[in-house]
Write a protein that binds this ligand. Structure first.
Ligand SMILES: *Cc1c(COP(=O)(O)O)cnc(C)c1O
Length: 393
């Protein structure tokens, strides 16, 4: 900043796509062209679903065109109605899905230690209109599934998870995918594992799987008959081809993410006021989110000044998930229901930054980013003074 060229000539992005072997992708795609079978549950989609089910250790993997539509189908398949309990500290799709379907999202606060829903807040949010709970495994770290399962049992509620971040992560030694009645993963291009766009709904319940399949294809049962209302939520063969190529490459993506994460974590431990997310060694992780909490007093600068300094150097950090869904429309104005007070969500969303990682970011670049952070922190007082009253900051 202050007129010098940026530290990185090209922007370093959060969520730059990881791409597996191109020849493998092309081979699967050529097969689809040869068969002239491009959609409608073709063999590439079938193979991809089988491999996902095996990898996740679940009975059913129902691929979908994206996770947002996947969440809509799942909400319908579980028969949710009235009020559904969700965190506000999530990507807005989790919440929009409910409003889009005419249901009322009831926001609950999070546990600041885990960034996931506070189970006591979930208990307090239950009313006679509550039909279900959507937990979000934020950053791939599982919710307290045991507590949520017992709350759901006790109050006869349906329980599903937005597992958009959690492919390849485990919880108490079990792969995420089999918790609740179903779980929805995203394979959007910005997720560490992508199918261009896409997702999968996983379940161990045969009846839920049956409804998911019907609803993902207009409710069709046979050629000229529908059993229920449905939508076009199917994954196509080209996306599944990408999925197969990327499944082969998945362990490599995780290895790269882990190497980057370990540099970030080691280096940030030495910088006052920065605390990097913890992925402990007791579980499997995909390490795709390097989320950092900034303590303004200890670091010496507000989060948003650091954000602008990093952007000026082409380190395109993101403020995930600022400002919280309840502070975005249509929820903020109270049109959808009383605006809740969520002090933990608001405080956390004001202090987080997500850093670039993935196969497009090398550990030496991570080191350079950390040098910049360390240098900025040491000069925080000077920077703060220069920034006060300067529109360049
Ligand atoms: C990315 C994301 C989604 C939406 O996934 P799409 O596949 O882009 O529709 C939903 N929930 C969370 C938490 C996400 O991060």
């Amino acid at each position: 900043m202050f007129g010098a060229p940026p530290l990185f000539a090209e922007p370093l992005l959060v969520g730059r796509p990881n791409i597996g072997d191109r020849a493998t992708f092309m081979r699967h795609l050529e097969g689809a062209f040869d068969r002239r079978w491009l959609s409608n549950f073709g063999p590439v989609v079938k193979e991809f679903e089988q491999r996902l089910a095996q990898y996740l250790g679940v009975r059913h993997a129902v691929t979908v065109c994206n996770a947002t539509v996947g969440l809509e189908i799942a909400v319908r398949a579980l028969g949710l109605s009235g009020e559904v309990i969700v965190p506000s500290f999530t990507f807005v799709a989790t919440v929009h899905v409910l409003h889009w379907l005419g249901l009322r999202p009831v926001f609950v606060d999070i546990d600041p230690a885990t960034h996931n829903v506070d189970v006591d807040a979930v208990r307090r949010a239950i009313t006679s209109k509550t039909s279900g709970i959507i937990g979000v495994h934020l950053w791939g770290r599982a919710c307290d599934t045991e507590a949520l399962e017992s709350i759901a049992r006790e109050h006869d509620l349906r329980l599903m998870f937005d597992a958009a971040h959690a492919l390849g992560c485990s919880h108490r030694g079990r792969m995420i995918g089999g918790f609740g009645e179903c779980e929805v993963f995203s394979f959007h291009a910005t997720k560490f594992f992508n199918t261009f766009e896409g997702g999968v709904i996983t379940t161990n319940h045969d009846d839920v799987a049956h409804r998911l399949r019907l609803m993902s294809n207009f409710g069709f049962h046979g050629l000229d008959n529908t059993d229920c209302v449905g939508v076009n939520g199917k994954m196509n063969e080209a996306c599944a081809a990408m999925g197969l190529a990327n499944l082969d490459a998945l362990d490599g993506f995780v290895k790269t993410n882990r190497a980057n994460y370990e540099v970030y974590r080691r280096r940030m431990a030495a910088i006052p006021g920065l605390q990097c997310i913890v992925y402990d060694d007791s579980e499997r992780w995909n390490y795709q989110y390097v989320v950092v909490e900034l303590d303004q007093a200890a670091f010496g600068l507000p989060r948003d000044i650091l954000y602008r300094i990093l952007h000026a150097e082409n380190v395109m950090v993101r403020r995930y998930f600022y400002p919280g869904c309840h502070r975005m429309e249509p929820y903020r104005s109270g049109a959808v229901g009383a605006v809740p007070e969520l002090p933990q969500t608001e405080a956390l969303s004001d202090r987080v930054l997500a850093f670039p990682t993935g196969t497009q970011t090398a550990p030496v670049e991570v080191d350079a980013i950390c040098d910049l952070l360390s240098c900025t922190q040491r000069q925080a007082a000077v920077v703060a003074e220069r920034c006060s009253g300067s529109s360049a900051c």
